[in-house]
Design a protein around this ligand. Structure first.
Ligand code: UT7
Length: 341
């Protein structure tokens, strides 16, 4: 009988051991911002937002609720599912483009909040692709036997960098966090492969120019709106579809599986039209594609992390099923991962 899939790690990984996701969790703030409310804030309509993006509402964090709070809540849920306590955690990686502050890292603030005193902690920034980048980084520590338990989080408070007067962007984004516990589990192949890619030549398509060393905060930079996210939507859209399709195909090729072997495809939740185009080109059925974009909008690094948690909670995947995650974001960055659940 032909094997269900090929494990691309097997041939070159002599010391490696498989890395599984043993727990997932997510958290979104309570406050719901609907399209009807946005109609009162900018020149837009529920009809435009729904037909152009598929988004109906998004969550907005309270003024005293930060990325690290969302992340810590998601982490605690993932730890509960995995049956681990804070003292088990060896490493915390937070993927975010909206850290609480430039430093210390949000991962260190999460470490304090969840009481994971033994854990090393750092942030990574790969925009909306961050969760797959963080999964791939995290799994290297399990493969190499350096660590037993790694906590990976995608978390964003995008409402803090959105220009609420710019209808081109403010209708698209929301706040939230998703987390995963990575461990070796007997008799599971876990994360089979992760593809990561980037194209810095297209860095200007989606960026926040202010607040870094190139443009520190000044009264002028604030007045000029340089601390808000900006995006060339049309160009970003085109690049997203192409990059997501080729990353997904590469990840499946490495595992010697085709789309019919994948139980659940979890794409970055940025736009229903992008999800449909990617699904069509991958020949995924609507039943395979997991979508929660209508409830949360684009939550960047948290997007596929929240969706993975919800897909598991909804019973869309059982242990042993294959999941395809596929992401795209600023940088430009992209990625895809095949996971045996
Ligand atoms: O997560 C990282 C990756 N991000 C993405 O993948 C996002 C990719 N881009 C997109 O999802 C889409 O390009 C958008 C949803 C951002 C925009 O959709 P579009 O079909 O590309 O619209 P457009 O930018 O070409 O704008 C069409 C029209 C424009 O008016 P004119 O110039 O034709 O008169 C816009 O001003 O729609 C107008 N418009 C709006 N109208 C009502 C833009 N935003 C709005 C709005 N309400 N909120």
């Amino acid at each position: 009988m032909k094997a269900k899939f090929k494990n691309p790690r097997a041939k070159h990984d002599f010391r490696g051991r498989p890395c599984s996701i043993t727990g997932v969790g997510s958290y979104v703030p309570e406050r719901i911002l609907t399209n009807a409310e946005l109609e009162k804030m900018v020149e837009t309509s529920d009809e435009w937002i729904t037909s152009r993006t598929g988004i109906k509402e998004r969550r907005i964090a309270a003024s005293n609720e930060f990325t690290s709070d969302l992340a810590a809540n998601a982490a605690e849920r993932a730890m509960k599912m995995a049956g681990v306590t804070a003292d088990h955690i060896d490493l915390i990686i937070v993927a975010t483009l909206t850290p609480d502050m430039p430093f210390p890292s949000t991962a260190c603030l999460v470490q304090r909040k969840i009481g994971a005193a033994r854990a090393a902690a750092f942030d990574i920034e790969a925009a909306c692709s961050g969760f797959i980048y963080a999964l791939e980084i995290g799994q290297q520590f399990i493969l190499s036997r350096s660590y037993e338990t790694v906590l990976v989080i995608g978390a964003e408070k995008l409402s803090s960098i959105v220009n609420w007067k710019d209808r081109n962007t403010c209708v698209l984004f929301g706040d939230g966090a998703g987390a995963a516990i990575l461990q070796h589990r007997e008799n599971s192949h876990g994360l089979l492969t992760a593809v990561m890619g980037a194209d810095g030549n297209k860095a200007d398509l989606l960026s926040m120019p202010g607040g870094g060393s190139a443009c520190p905060a000044t009264a002028k930079s604030v007045a000029d709106g340089l601390h808000f996210l900006r995006m060339d939507g049309k160009e970003t859209f085109k690049n997203a579809v192409n990059a997501m399709v080729s990353a997904a195909n590469e990840a499946m090729r490495r595992c010697d599986v085709d789309i019919t072997k994948i139980k659940c495809v979890i794409p970055h939740q940025a736009n229903q039209r992008i999800i449909d185009a990617v699904g069509e080109r991958l020949k995924a059925t609507p039943e395979q594609l997991f979508v929660n974009l209508h409830k949360y909008g684009n939550t960047s690094a948290a997007s596929v992390a929240i969706a993975l948690d919800e897909a598991v909670a909804a019973g869309k995947v059982s242990r042993g099923d294959l999941i395809l995650l596929v992401v795209f974001g600023a940088g430009l960055t992209w990625g895809a991962a095949v996971i045996e659940w």
